[in-house]
Design a protein around this ligand. Sequence first.
Ligand SMILES: [Fe+2]
Ligand SMILES: [Fe+2]
Length: 136
Amino acid sequence: MNKIAWSKDLTVGVAEIDEQHRQWIQRLNDVASAIAAHQGPVQLGQTLAFLVDYTQQHFATEEKLMAAAKYPGLKTQLAQHQELTETLKDLVRDFDEEGATTKLAETVNTYLGNWLLTHIREQDLQFGKFLKSKPA
Ligand SMILES: [Fe+2]
Ligand SMILES: [Fe+2]
């Protein structure tokens, strides 16, 4: 199982966002651990639900901050956030129907981790740069 680690290069420079990204990585790792430990469906379902809730909370925070700053990249952010929201919905539905399958484990371990790191590096960091370049 590949645990994702927080690293300095993921720092956006907005305390609220950075703290949420740490928590978000933690929650994703929790789901990966729960799958690896073959936790029962109730516990795994709960851990998965925590991740989904937290993701929604995080996206809402970012979108609010971006809209307030009139960030020109907001549209791209919204589209990518929407895409992941759909993926998570599918994941939860598959889990409810089929339990912890290999496909679920793969999606969590590979797809979600890559998505999250790529999105932070390629999208969220841009927002940090934009804020820094904005005249106060
Ligand atoms: Fe983010
Ligand atoms: Fe984002």
